[in-house]
Design a protein around this ligand. Structure first.
Ligand SMILES: *Cc1c(COP(=O)(O)O)cnc(C)c1O
Length: 217
């Protein structure tokens, strides 16, 4: 299946760029995909998935988790502050910490629970007005403010502009992470995950190349 092909390409990119075998986590992005396709990827043994919507995840994943032990689900879409609590119930990682109000809310909720998901700060590397994320110039200060809130940050995430060469964006994200001592880099999608691995990605988010094109209702 396509999953095996993508996994093989990830392993090859790791080897080609001096990365340890298995150092890149494949997040299979299952948003909007028919349940049978998701179940097929689970049945093939894959356990790490990405979703963009809290409501869709709440409908879909509790039953799949019961059926397939060891699943982890990563939130990769914009998160409304008023859904933060529900998100902590549903997700093992949140890649879209993108503003102070969300960081504050997550910090309070995480303190109350005594457990945190893996957290990534989304950086708007292209400074696109319509896109979520902290501007590159504000990233260091935002990381510091998250740490002041005791938010355990794993790394940074970006979505490069659609029609641009992604490589400079991946390089910029890696640079910001390195100078802030953050080990995680969530970057690379179906069309550019090998380039992202060349630039140090630790998590690639691949949807359509695994499941086929998304059909929105
Ligand atoms: C949908 C989505 C993906 C997957 O995109 P593909 O091009 O289908 O691989 C990755 N990252 C984010 C943030 C997404 O919203």
């Amino acid at each position: 299946m396509a999953l095996d092909d993508i996994t093989a390409r990830i392993r090859a990119a790791e080897a080609a760029h001096g990365r340890a075998a298995g150092s890149v986590t494949l997040i299979a992005v299952s948003k909007v995909q028919p349940l049978d396709r998701v179940q097929a990827v689970l049945a093939a043994g894959h356990r790490v998935f990405g979703e963009n919507y809290v409501q869709e995840t709440a409908r879909k994943w509790p039953a799949l988790r019961a059926q397939f032990p060891g699943v982890s689900v990563h939130m990769i879409g914009p998160l409304q502050t008023n859904k933060a609590k529900q998100a902590l119930d549903l997700f093992d990682a949140i890649h879209t910490v993108d503003r102070p109000s969300l960081a504050d809310k997550l910090a309070r909720l995480i303190q109350a629970r005594g457990a945190a998901p893996e957290l990534f700060v989304q950086v708007n590397t292209g400074a696109e007005p319509q896109k979520a994320g902290i501007l590159p110039a504000d990233a260091d200060a935002f990381v510091a403010s998250c740490r002041a809130l005791d938010l355990p940050l794993q790394g940074l995430m970006c979505i490069p502009p659609e029609d641009a060469d992604p490589a400079p964006h991946f390089a910029m994200l890696a640079q910001i992470a390195a100078r802030n001592g953050l080990p995680g880099l969530s970057m690379g999608m179906s069309s550019d995950f090998e380039t992202a691995i060349a630039h140090g990605a630790t998590h690639v988010r691949v949807g359509s190349a695994i499941f086929g094109a998304r059909v929105y209702a």
